[in-house]
Design a protein around this ligand. Structure first.
Ligand SMILES: Cc1cc2nc3c(=O)[nH]c(=O)nc-3n(C[C@H](O)[C@H](O)[C@H](O)COP(=O)(O)OP(=O)(O)OC[C@H]3O[C@@H](n4cnc5c(N)ncnc54)[C@H](O)[C@@H]3O)c2cc1C
Length: 595
């Protein structure tokens, strides 16, 4: 049995925890009653399990092939699957109706994206990047650009990419050298080399729209002199069809550790024709729209790979017979017990469950706030949604990718030696999940973004609102005896997060290295507190079902995993806070030449 999409989990979150039906007065939500959402998720699950998941190992083994004419052939089956994906309308689910999308809530779209990413991460990156390009043009493009490109990107008819990275510039985009020269006819000539461009060239779509960061001649140095351009592979003709070939080409593919089915390209722009998006020198702001969306998507990738790896490990553990339970045989008629009897194997599987279920809730809860930021009529709700999205995007990206990789590593451990071989999927999950901690801003950069930018924004409004929301939950639910362990755990984590926040505010400005040295621990503390809040919300929803006499074992299991989270995962907040408060002294003590 391969990966099974966790639709039951999705429905529990959407219906019982987030109660999305209470937003049925909002655009998009009004078109998505729960019975329709259930149908969509079931259909997406079927497609992912039957079409995408079987191609995951194929993509890993075959990889993409670069041809001497600069074209790229994707792994066998990808092209047909992509056609079905587009014909099924899946790329358009979350896009706006004005440009050919279906306008469903982002939180519903996210559930589908989790399933496709868990089924086949490399494949799902093609539509993922396309959606990012769509979002950037939607945010910053002219009306004509929107009319021309958005319907084709929204539906997945054309592909999209983001071209930021160059050999000398990854994290530090101020070092970009790609040049843009005005051609005198409203277009620009784009010249330069971009590296590691995901989905940069492929055979899935008849055109690829590259969004390229470049520097217009004479622009200020650094990030204030960067502009954003649309550079199509084929220049659209008067009817908007792919016309003349543009001078942008793929020089080769990267050999890499994982996601072999996704083409990671060296792209050469040789006086390619490009169109400015938005204003000159303001490109980074628009690209950040795309990057923020992509960062949440990468957090989701961490979760999705963790889920797929956990499922493989749980299945292996059920089947593998080794040793006897410490408390006496559980399979006396067999040669040995299944390794599920061993507490250390249980520990790894339960760690995974506790983090995945809490992490998924945190991701969905945040995505719902993103929906409210765009769709709610009340300005205060919209502002809170925006604040939360800005604050939590680096937390979700950093926390879920780090934990997703750790889960994939534990999943390999559960497999024993079999996991290290290529006969089982554990190796691919571990390899594929690793990149998520690096791209879209390495996790260290997410932590700096959280501490350096997001915490202090608007006088700390977002973090203070988040902490106050937790206080209100604790006050409201403190008297509920069944929920008490969850409320107490949450209150304790929140107190530590507040302490860490105040410590950073007091010690960061005097010595910025204090903030830098503690930033990752702070991100972890934040992530764990977010999960504690989610577990309290889930325990309340599941507890209400049990109290009402619902005997579905799903709810009892939810409460059991929640208790494990409180006892065995949440205590990590103490270590994170202690390390954070140690400051930078020991971190920076060795002189640079001692390394
Ligand atoms: C498979 C793959 C796909 C990719 N896809 C794309 C794509 O589609 N489009 C695209 O434009 N790029 C893409 N990238 C590039 C990716 O986004 C970069 O690799 C990433 O942003 C990090 O940049 P870098 O590799 O140059 O690392 P560097 O910037 O050299 O950083 C190296 C290390 O130093 C740390 N570091 C750097 N600066 C700081 C700082 N100021 N403070 C603290 N720590 C710091 C980083 O966190 C990192 O750990 C891809 C890369 C890969 C491997």
């Amino acid at each position: 049995m391969s990966y099974q999409p966790p639709v039951r989990e999705h429905l529990f979150l959407l219906r019982d925890v987030l109660e999305i039906e209470t937003y049925s007065n909002l655009p998009g939500f009004s078109d998505a009653p729960m019975d329709l959402v259930e149908q969509i998720l079931d259909e997406s699950a079927r497609f992912c399990a039957e079409v995408l998941a079987p191609l995951n190992a194929v993509g890993d083994k075959h990889g993409c092939v670069w041809n001497p004419d600069g074209s790229v052939t994707t792994p066998p089956g990808f092209k047909e699957a992509y056609r079905q994906f587009v014909d099924g309308g899946w790329p358009a689910l979350g896009a706006v109706p004005e440009f050919g999308g279906q306008g469903l809530p982002a939180v519903v779209n996210l559930a589908c994206n989790e399933m496709s990413s868990a089924s086949n991460m490399a494949f799902s990156m093609y539509p993922g990047l396309t959606h990012g390009a769509y979002s950037a043009i939607l945010a910053g493009g002219s009306d004509a650009q929107k009319q021309l490109y958005l319907p084709k990107l929204a539906t997945g008819e054309w592909g999209g990419t983001m071209n930021l990275t160059e050999p000398q510039c990854g994290t530090d985009l101020g070092l970009i050298r790609t040049k843009a020269t005005p051609a005198g006819d409203g277009t620009y000539r784009i010249s330069g080399q971009k590296i590691w461009i995901s989905s940069g060239e492929h055979d899935l779509a008849p055109n690829i729209i590259h969004l390229v960061l470049a520097r217009i001649e004479g622009a200020p140095a650094g990030v204030r002199g960067i502009s954003l351009f649309i550079v199509p592979k084929f220049l659209p003709d008067a009817e908007g069809h792919p016309g003349a070939r543009n001078s942008v080409k793929c020089l080769g593919l990267e050999e890499k550790m994982g996601i072999h089915g996704n083409a990671t390209c060296v792209m050469s722009h040789e006086e390619a024709t490009g169109w400015l998006v938005g204003e000159e020198n303001r490109g980074l702001a628009i690209m950040f729209v795309m990057m923020n969306e992509a960062r949440l998507g990468v957090g989701m990738q961490g979760l999705a790979q963790g889920e797929a790896a956990y499922q493989a490990a749980a299945q292996f553990a059920r089947d593998r017979l080794q040793g006897r339970a410490l408390t006496g045989p559980k399979n006396p008629d067999g040669p040995a017990d299944s390794i599920l009897v061993h507490p250390d194997v249980r520990r790894m599987l339960m760690d995974a469950r506790a983090v995945l279920e809490g992490g998924r809730a945190f991701l969905f809860w945040s995505a719902l706030h993103g929906d409210l930021a765009h769709r709610h009529p009340d300005e205060a709700v919209r502002q809170k949604g925006e604040d939360y999205m800005a604050l939590l995007t680096p937390v979700l990206k950093g926390f879920l990718t780090e934990r997703g990789f750790a889960i994939a590593s534990d999943a390999m451990q559960v497999h024993g030696g079999s996991g290290f071989t290529e006969h089982f999927p554990a190796s691919q999950y571990l390899r594929d999940s690793r990149i998520a901690m690096i791209y879209e801003g390495a996790n260290g950069i997410q932590a700096l973004d959280l501490v350096g930018r997001k915490l202090g924004a608007h006088g700390g409004r977002a973090v203070m609102t988040f902490l106050a929301e937790i206080d209100a939950f604790v006050a409201e639910n403190g008297a509920d005896a069944a929920l008490k362990p969850f409320v107490d755990g949450l209150a304790g984590a929140k107190a530590q997060l507040l302490e860490g926040t105040l410590w950073l505010m007091q010690n960061g400005p005097a010595n910025p290295d204090n903030a830098g040295a503690g930033s990752m621990e702070y991100l972890r503390l934040f992530g764990l507190t977010g999960l504690a809040y989610m577990w309290a919300l889930m325990a309340r929803a599941a507890g209400a079902k049990v109290a009402a006499g619902d005997t579905d074992p799903f709810y009892a299991a939810k409460l059991t995993v929640g208790r494990y989270f409180l006892q065995r995962v949440l205590p990590d907040t103490g270590a994170a806070l202690a390390k954070l408060k140690m400051g930078a002294e020991a971190v920076m003590a060795l002189p640079a030449d001692a390394f």
